[in-house]
Design a protein around this ligand. Structure first.
Ligand SMILES: *Cc1c(COP(=O)(O)O)cnc(C)c1O
Length: 414
C-alpha cells in the first residue's frame, strides 16, 4: 500500500473503483457523471436514499458519483472524517458559516483575511452575528476577544498578501479547551504543506481553485471535518441531523442546509478536472516553493526593495514556526519597493509574470496591491492592514527557477 502524499493521491480513484467491483471498468479516473436525476428500479430504493438509510444519489445538486469520488479523495488528503465540495472556495465558506450560525452568535476571525472572506464576514453582521477581527499571531488576542456568545474561531494558515501566520497550534489547544469550533482555511498552504488536523482544526476549508487544481482552469471549494469536534455539544445542530455517528452531524447539516438548500454545487465536469489536476500538486508546489525561496532571497538583498514578505526569511516573524510546521514556506511572496522606485515601470519590465489576480497557478502572477484589490477600502484601511502604496504581490508558478530570477534581475536593473 502506497504511503507518500503523491503515491496515495495518484492511485486513489483507481483503487476506489477496484473496491467497488470495477463499476467504472477499472477507469483510472472517476468518470464524469453528468446526469441530474438518478433513477431506481424499485420505489423503495429511492425512498431509502431520501431517508438516508442507504447511500445513493438522488439529484445532482447534492451529489454525483464524480463529486463523491473527489470528496473521498480530499478526505484522504486532509486525513479527515469526511468532506463536501462546492462550486468555489467562497461557496464552501459561506455555506459553512450560514448553516452553523444563528443570530446573536459571535465569531473571532484573523484580521489578515482573504478580501472576499473579510467582506463576507461583514455581511454576516447584517444578520445579527458579531465578528471580532483580531491579530491571531498570538493566541492571547483570541482569548481576549472570546465572549459567552463566541462559537467559531476562523483563521487562514498563511495570509495574502502579507504572509502572516497565526498561532495555529495554540489556538487549536485553546478552542479544544473552550469547546469552540476551530475552522482553518488551508488554501495557501494546502494539505501538502500543512496538516491543519495536527493543529486540531475541526473544519478545514480549501479553495480548490488554487494549488489543488493549479492550472488556473477550474473553480472549486471544499470543507472537510477532521472528526475532532464534539457536535453533540454544539447547540445549533437541528434535531433532524442528530442522527447516526455524531462525528458526521456538522457535515450533514452543511450538506442539507447549504449544498441542498442554497445550491453552491460543484459540477461533475469541474470535479473531474480538479481530481486529475490534483495529481501533480506536490510536484508543482515543490517547484513553486523552491523558486519562491530563491526569489525572496534575491529581492531581500536588492537595493531597490525595501521589504520582502516571505516566511523563508529569518526576518519573518513566524519563520521558526513555518520551518518547523510547514513542509515548505509557501509560494506567495510580497515586497515593498523603495519609495523612489517606479512601481508601474518595474512591473511592466517583467516578461514572465502575468498581471493577473489569482494564485496557486502554474504561471507566475503579479499584482500591485494598493491600486487593485485594496483600492476600494481606501488609504486609511490600507494603512491599518499594512498594505503600502508600493507593495507588490507575486504568486510563483512552475516556470524554471533561473528564468524567474533572471527576469526579476533585469526588471530591477537601471
Ligand atoms: C481564493 C481564496 C478563497 C476563495 O476561493 P475561490 O475558489 O476563489 O472562491 C478563499 N480563501 C483563500 C485563502 C483564498 O486564497
Amino acid at each position: 500500500m502506497a504511503k507518500g502524499f503523491t503515491s496515495k493521491l495518484v492511485h486513489f480513484q483507481y483503487q476506489q473503483d477496484n473496491q467497488a467491483n470495477n463499476q467504472s471498468f477499472g477507469s483510472i479516473h472517476t468518470p464524469i457523471y453528468n446526469s441530474v436525476p438518478y433513477g431506481y428500479q424499485s420505489v423503495e430504493d429511492i425512498m431509502d436514499v431520501f431517508q438516508g438509510k442507504t447511500k445513493g444519489h438522488a439529484y445532482a445538486r447534492q451529489s454525483t458519483p464524480t463529486t463523491d469520488s473527489l470528496q473521498n479523495l480530499l478526505t484522504m488528503l486532509d486525513d479527515a472524517f469526511g468532506a463536501l465540495t462546492f462550486a468555489t472556495g467562497m461557496a464552501a465558506i459561506s455555506a459553512t458559516f450560514l448553516s452553523l450560525l444563528k443570530q446573536g452568535d459571535h465569531i473571532i476571525c484573523s484580521k489578515f483575511l482573504f478580501g472576499n472572506s473579510y467582506s463576507f464576514f461583514t455581511t454576516l453582521e447584517n444578520f445579527g452575528i458579531t465578528v471580532s477581527f483580531v491579530d491571531t499571531a498570538d493566541v492571547n488576542a483570541v482569548k481576549a476577544a472570546t465572549v459567552k456568545q463566541t462559537k467559531i474561531v476562523f483563521v487562514e494558515t498563511l495570509a495574502n498578501p502579507g504572509t502572516q501566520i497565526p498561532d495555529l497550534l495554540n489556538i487549536g489547544d485553546y478552542c479544544e479547551e473552550k469547546g469552540l469550533l476551530y475552522i482553518v482555511d488551508n488554501t495557501m498552504t494546502s494539505s501538502y504543506l500543512f496538516s491543519a488536523k495536527a493543529a486540531k482544526a475541526h473544519l478545514i476549508i480549501t479553495s480548490l481553485s488554487k494549488y489543488t487544481s493549479g492550472h488556473g482552469h477550474v473553480l472549486g471549494g471544499c470543507v472537510s471535518d477532521t472528526g475532532l469536534f464534539n457536535w453533540e455539544n454544539y447547540p445549533h445542530i437541528f434535531e433532524n441531523y442528530r442522527t447516526g455517528n455524531s462525528k458526521g452531524w456538522g457535515l450533514q447539516q452543511i450538506k442539507k442546509k447549504s449544498l441542498r438548500d442554497m445550491g453552491g454545487t460543484l459540477s461533475s465536469d469541474s470535479a473531474y478536472q480538479i481530481a486529475v489536476a490534483s495529481e501533480t500538486m506536490a510536484l508543482r508546489m515543490d517547484r513553486q516553493c523552491e523558486s519562491a525561496n530563491k526569489l525572496a532571497a534575491l529581492l531581500d538583498a536588492h537595493p531597490k526593495i525595501k521589504k520582502v514578505y516571505h516566511p523563508s526569511l529569518e526576518s519573518h516573524a513566524q519563520h521558526e514556526f513555518a520551518k518547523k510546521h510547514f513542509k515548505h514556506f509557501g509560494a506567495i511572496l510580497s515586497f515593498d519597493l523603495e519609495d523612489d522606485v517606479e512601481l508601474v515601470e518595474i512591473i511592466n519590465k517583467l516578461n514572465i509574470a502575468i498581471n493577473a489576480t489569482h494564485l496557486g497557478d502554474n504561471r507566475t502572477l503579479i499584482l500591485p496591491m494598493a491600486p487593485t484589490i485594496f483600492y476600494e477600502m481606501g488609504a486609511q484601511n490600507r494603512k491599518t492592514m499594512g498594505i503600502g502604496d508600493k507593495m507588490i504581490r507575486c504568486t510563483i508558478g512552475i516556470e524554471d527557477t533561473q528564468d524567474l530570477l533572471d527576469d526579476f534581475t533585469q526588471a530591477l536593473q537601471d
